[in-house]
Ligand binder design. Structure first.
Ligand SMILES: Nc1ncnc2c1ncn2[C@@H]1O[C@H](COP(=O)(O)OP(=O)(O)OP(=O)(O)O)[C@@H](O)[C@H]1O
Ligand SMILES: [Mg+2]
Length: 452
């Protein structure tokens, strides 16, 4: 059976063991009640037997045993006990009482059955002056157990009531303590649920205990992270919308210009410009889409085995016409397959962006080299160009979304390196920027090699 309520769980953990202890305690207290009743009954039996024995005397040369009423009345405790006795001489001659009453083993008392009752019996021997060889006399007194048992019950019931009260009081205190202890948790729940609350504001619960405080702190830290992420998303959307608006406005201007133009050549020129703008717009949309796909959690993570050399060769083939048109010497240096685990499409997009940057920012006549190697369990992809390079102080910023170096004349949206870093980090690697040997930039991407 599972108990879902914390209150019930704690109550069970406190009250059940306590009740178990109380049960053990009751059992032992039954024993001690019994012992007390035994002791009291034995004292009474001894007192009674002594009173009887002291009345036995030689009267006119004959042993006379007259039982005084006081010796029997002391058992009259309202429990309707019957008292039996006998007085015998040392030789076993009955002086008075019940001849068949069994004797107790001296000096302790005995319990024995007599006339369908259980009796507690005590036997006493007592010297009588002048009785000769009939002395000492033997006095046995027995009493039924009603008074004895009533005493056991009374003593035991007292203990029982005490234990019960203890368990009940403990249970009540547990419930009380729990309600007080759980109150901050309930307040936390209410604070989180409260409709008046601005959704990701930190919650504050006054009087929270040291065990609950970390929960509240963790919750607040989590909400803070979510809030930062939401703010980043909002910034990204605003940036993206802004980036899209400018070329769209340009596109619309160019379209109206082309429509107004009646001279075929001028019209042709306007349409060519319009085509170029829409191409740039398409590329911006493409970059935005790639970046959103590269974000963790945006699509099912793929863990394919990808040969980076093969991917680079493919990218270089598609970029060759651009290289030719810009008069750039685009080369590949490789020594065989270099396999990594990751998302093939995204890894290709990463290489596309690196090669695109190198080709775009390297002046005509330059050279761009893509190199693949394996070292220290890493696949190392380097793209080297001999263009202007990126100044030291800009190197942290160029990875930011939409960031472009201020005096860049080439077209671009500032998303390429953000995509590169996102993809590399998703595949468990990292990107670094270095100076080229003479001039230019070396971009190095290190990714963990796939196991053979
Ligand atoms: N190989 C390079 N040589 C010199 N500068 C570079 C190089 N690669 C990138 N940069 C600089 O870093 C900036 C950021 O590059 P990134 O690729 O992120 O954006 P972009 O190329 O401007 O736009 P996109 O790639 O999204 O079209 C660029 O504006 C450029 O100034
Ligand atoms: Mg770029």
């Amino acid at each position: 059976m599972r108990i879902d309520s914390l209150r019930l769980q704690l109550l069970a953990w406190v009250v059940l063991p306590l009740a178990g202890l109380a049960a053990i305690n009751l059992w032992t207290s039954h024993g001690s009640a019994q012992a007390t009743a035994d002791l009291v009954t034995d004292r009474m039996l001894l007192g009674s037997a002594r009173t009887i024995a002291e009345q036995v005397a030689m009267v006119d040369g004959v042993l006379d045993a007259t039982v005084p009423p006081a010796a029997l009345e002391m058992f009259d405790t309202g429990d309707r006990d019957s008292v039996y006795y006998h007085v015998k001489t040392a030789g076993g001659r009955l002086l008075t009482g019940y001849p068949d009453l069994p004797e107790a083993s001296r000096p302790s008392s005995t319990e024995a059955a007599y006339r369908d009752h259980w009796l507690r019996l005590l036997t006493l021997s007592h010297a009588v002056v002048g009785a000769g060889n009939e002395s000492p006399i033997i006095v046995t007194v027995g009493v039924t157990l009603a008074g004895h048992d009533a005493m056991v019950r009374r003593l035991w019931f007292g203990a029982f009531a005490q234990q019960l009260a203890l368990v009940v009081i403990a249970g009540l205190f547990v419930l009380l303590g729990l309600s007080r202890g759980l109150a901050p948790l309930i307040r936390l729940r209410d604070a989180v649920r409260s409709p008046g609350r601005n959704d990701l504001d930190p919650v504050e619960v006054a009087g929270a205990q040291s065990e609950i405080r970390p929960l509240i702190d963790a919750l607040n830290a989590y909400m803070e992270r979510v809030r930062a992420q939401m703010a980043a998303q909002r910034r990204f959307i605003a940036n993206a919308a802004h980036q899209l608006r400018t070329p769209l406005a340009l596109l619309s201007t160019q379209a109206s210009y082309a429509l107004r133009e009646s001279v075929p050549d001028a019209r042709q020129e306007a349409l060519v410009a319009l085509q170029a703008s829409s191409g740039r717009l398409a590329r911006l949309a493409e970059q935005l889409l790639t970046l959103s796909r590269a974000e963790p959690g945006s699509r099912r993570p793929r863990a394919d085995r990808i040969d980076l050399t093969e991917a680079a060769r493919h990218v270089l083939e598609t970029q060759a016409p651009t290289a030719v048109s810009r008069d750039i010497d685009l080369g590949l240096e490789e020594t065989g397959p270099v396999s990594v685990i990751g998302d093939g499409t995204m890894l290709r997009e990463m290489i596309v962006n690196l090669v695109d940057n190198a080709l775009r920012y390297t002046p005509a006549g330059g050279s761009v080299t893509v190199k693949l190697a394996a070292s220290d369990g890493n696949a190392v992809l380097t793209v080297t160009d001999d263009g202007p390079g990126i100044p030291e102080e800009e190197r942290d910023h160029v990875f930011e979304r939409f960031y472009r170096i201020a005096d860049t004349t080439e077209e671009g949206s500032g998303l390429g390196l953000a995509i590169v870093r996102e993809v590399a980090e998703n595949a468990g690697g990292r990107v670094t920027l270095e100076n080229g040997a003479a001039a230019g930039l070396v971009v190095e991407v290190r990714l963990p090699l796939a196991d053979r």
